[in-house]
Design a protein around this ligand. Sequence first.
Ligand code: EPU
Length: 424
Amino acid sequence: MDKIIVQGDRARLTGTVEIEGAKNAALPLLAATILPSEGVTTLRNVPVLSDIEMMIGLVKNLDISLDGSRELKQVVVHHGETIKSKAPYEFVTKMRASIVVMGPILARNHRALIAMPGGCAIGSRPIDLHLRGLAQMGVTITQKNGYIDAMASELKGADIYLDFPSVGATQNLMMAATLAKGRTTIGNAAKEPEIVDLANLLNKMGAKVRGAGTDTITIVGVEKMHGTEHSVVQDRIEAGTFIVAAAITQGDVLIEDAISEHNRPLIAKLTEMGVSFREEENGLRVIGPKTLKPANVTTLPHPGFPTDMQAQMTIAQSLADGESSMTETVFENRFQHLVEMQRMGLDVTFQGNHATINGGHPLEGAEVKGTDLRSTAALVLAGLVAEGKTTVTGLQYLDRGYFQFHQKLQKLGADVTRVTHLHD
Ligand code: EPU
């Protein structure tokens, strides 16, 4: 079991940090490479992460010719006339985001056999919105032997309204609609930057997608799609994680080429807590204050405060002098890091999806375990500001979403080491 060992005591982080392409953009972009039937697509700025490897494996498994280069952070896909229809259990069980291949496979083959995704550490995460939208497009869905069998004689444009602006459902339905007959509208669509990035790629591939980034996305179906070139948008959550790292350590860190617009809710809250931000030519400079002020935060779909920054933000709240609250409205079970942090001396009380953090008391180093990728990153941040040594396990989650996390922290001056145990 790998471990990250952090020597805390608030080492002040300084320097420049480079941010990767976004995992949560790259995954649907890779799924979108299922759609074209001719030409070649080159995706650049693809992050080197275990989830990306998994999605590459899944696309290849559909008999699509794909060459990936970790060194170049690039994926080249050679499109062809035929693809397979089945996303097997071995892929979907390891990564729930695999479900986004359903829309593009259906668009190409009018049939998709997708293993049912299992449970997940941050909530039950149903896919009812994906399935209801597809049903409106003429898809018949049955479930058998652990697989969803989705079939249509043809995919028809439809007027869909999502009960909740689900990121995955919006992506799946957008992709299904690209090759459908007629016009599809997705109302109450997700507005995350990753949705806009997907729409940009789809349009370069010949699709007709309008309105991405607003509540209503319109897709007019086309006959066929072709290869193109595209660079993955920057990872706003990785950037946000380093913003918090600087904020909590009285740091002075330049987030290289940061797209501040994508992190506005985080920047606004941290400004309220006393953190200074400065736009510079090469990026966004973050300067952490001596003392953080308490703040109340509620996670919401974009452009609200992102659930993927909730765990990291609670570390800043735990340092703030006074009472802060965190309300998690997107996922139902995303406070595991706070439970772990009670072992580090955190004073926190829970009421359903609402946590009250009584901050300002020193955290003590301890052995703690992450249960999803953001909670694991947050526990490493907690280690930076705790007294003494913190040992974080659960790194298989961290590796799903952060490239060279401990090396990047080391480069900023943190005392962080990763220990690899080969025999347990
Ligand atoms: N939901 C439903 N029914 C559905 C779909 C979603 O009830 O059919 C619910 C979910 O159970 C959840 C909420 O809606 O409570 C949000 O789910 P959403 O579909 O928006 O999220 P997702 O597509 O499964 C993506 C990211 C997550 C991120 C969320 C919210 C990817 C691969 N994953 O998940 O990222 O938290 O959007 O922004 O894009 C992470 O990177 O750590 C991560 C978990």
